[in-house]
Design a protein around this ligand. Structure first.
Ligand SMILES: NC(=O)c1ccc[n+]([C@@H]2O[C@H](COP(=O)([O-])OP(=O)(O)OC[C@H]3O[C@@H](n4cnc5c(N)ncnc54)[C@H](O)[C@@H]3O)[C@@H](O)[C@H]2O)c1
Length: 418
């Protein structure tokens, strides 16, 4: 079998960690049990470009159980868990092409290797696989039924392709499922981003000023958890509605030019470019810690920072010190890549349970219905979203009320008033 991982001998450790994660993924487990009986993906070739984590391993196993032939590469050069990659190869016979810390050339070579079996379905997180395929491997487009996309940034890129009429096959935006972004982006990114910052720095959040850029689903989660740890949270935004919401949620809101002067910690979660740039680095306090948890590291203008610095050195795992001309030192975590995956382990499994249940059911949906879809970006079918919410509640032992007949009638009527 073709594969490229760091070290096959890490497989035992990886297997134990995958089992640990799978324990917290009951919804995906129930799908896997059904897939084992029904084999809905029999013979289907799937190329997946996802963060190679324990939860992704559980998803890949589920797809394989459903009959798919899966090839997996990383969706970020720093997010691979090498023991997980090894275990998937050794114990599951899944072709993985991913090594933590791979350079950009290797990252793209791995994407090409993941595509080498001419996929019928693609799974992406950030749209690097889909864009590579459209740029370099157009001959494969004809054989592709459809694809899925995991994250906000990928959905934005794919919608732009669809708007320009260049998207070659239908995509389901898994990110847009309510059971995905309301939980994964908010609670998953919230907890794991703080986890990444703490693991990398071991600094105390209580009493610090913590600047969060972007008050979207991810930013709300990080702000909520930083405040919970005792930090004074400052939000920067460009959208007046989101900014207003942040104000009413009790946070200070100000432009980055002001926040840059007072922050002890900075974390960008915008999906935008150069949110923190030269003019901001110029006024930051000595010792400021700068991280990004948005999809790409372009949120921080690290080239400008490197040009401003007189010296740069790694001072801890995933912490680079940039010494500036005036003696101030700024610290960048995980090379500006998603800090929760670079310096920690990504989202906790129980939240990925829902995201990846969406992925598994959307792949099944594409296998059955792709022929009826156009080359557009689709939302997740509502029935899938509701079913995942129902299964998750059930797995948590939570029951809810049912509408009575009287209530159903009332909620569909207009006659009854004061
Ligand atoms: N770290 C992770 O594991 C993880 C998980 C999910 C999503 N993401 C990524 O995080 C990013 C944010 O995702 P989201 O779902 O919160 O998106 P979102 O669209 O809900 O929120 C983004 C917010 O950033 C704001 N913004 C844009 N430019 C800005 C700027 N220059 N300054 C301040 N604010 C700005 C927008 O107005 C918006 O409110 C995306 O890149 C997404 O792919 C990361």
């Amino acid at each position: 079998m073709d594969y490229h991982v760091k070290e096959a001998s890490l497989a035992e450790k990886g297997q134990l960690r995958i089992e640990w994660a799978a324990r917290s993924m009951p919804v995906l487990r129930s799908i896997r049990e059904r897939f084992a009986k029904e084999k809905p993906l029999q013979g289907m070739r799937v190329s997946a470009c996802l963060h190679v984590t324990t939860e992704t391993a559980a998803l890949a196993q589920t797809l394989k159980t459903g009959g798919a032939e899966v090839r997996l590469c990383a969706s970020n050069p720093l997010s691979t868990q090498d023991d997980v990659a090894a275990s998937l190869v050794v114990h599951d016979g899944i072709a993985v092409f991913a090594i933590k810390g791979e350079d950009t050339d290797t990252y793209y070579r791995h994407i090409h290797q993941a595509l080498a079996h001419a996929p019928q379905i693609t799974m992406d997180d950030g749209a690097d696989l889909v864009t590579t395929l459209h740029a370099d491997k157009r001959d494969l487009l004809r054989g592709i039924l459809g694809g899925t996309e995991e994250t906000t940034t990928g959905v934005i890129r794919l919608r732009s392709m669809a708007d320009q009429g260049v998207l070659g096959y239908p995509i389901i935006a898994v990110n847009d499922a309510k059971t995905k972004h309301l939980f994964d982006n908010r609670y998953g990114t919230g907890q794991s981003t703080i986890d990444g910052i703490i693991r990398a720095t071991n600094r105390l959040l209580a009493g610090s000023t913590f600047v969060v850029s972007g008050y979207g689903w991810c930013g709300r989660g990080v702000a909520m958890r930083a405040a919970g740890m005792g930090a004074k949270v400052v939000i920067t935004e460009v959208d007046p509605l989101r900014a207003l919401e942040a104000v009413m949620d009790g946070y200070q809101v100000m432009p980055m030019a002001e926040a840059a002067r007072i922050g002890d910690f900075f974390c960008t979660l915008t999906g935008d470019i150069h949110v923190i740039r030269r003019e901001h680095f110029e006024v930051m306090k000595d010792g400021a810690i700068v991280a990004n948890s948005g999809h790409f590291n372009v949120e921080l203008d690290l080239e400008a920072l490197a040009a401003m610095a007189v010296a740069k050195r790694p001072v801890r795992d995933f912490v680079d010190e940039y010494r500036l001309l005036d003696g101030r030192c700024l610290y960048v975590l995980g090379e500006g890549r998603l800090v929760n995956l670079a310096a920690a382990e990504g989202h906790p499994s129980s939240v990925m349970d829902m995201s990846f249940a969406n992925q598994a059911l959307c792949v099944e949906h594409l296998a059955k219905h792709a022929q009826t879809l156009e080359n557009k970006v689709y939302g997740v079918p509502e029935a899938i979203d509701r079913e995942i919410a129902r299964l998750k509640l059930k797995s948590m032992g939570v029951t809810i009320d049912q509408l009575t007949d009287e209530q159903k009638k009332y909620l569909h009527s207009w006659e009854m008033g004061t």
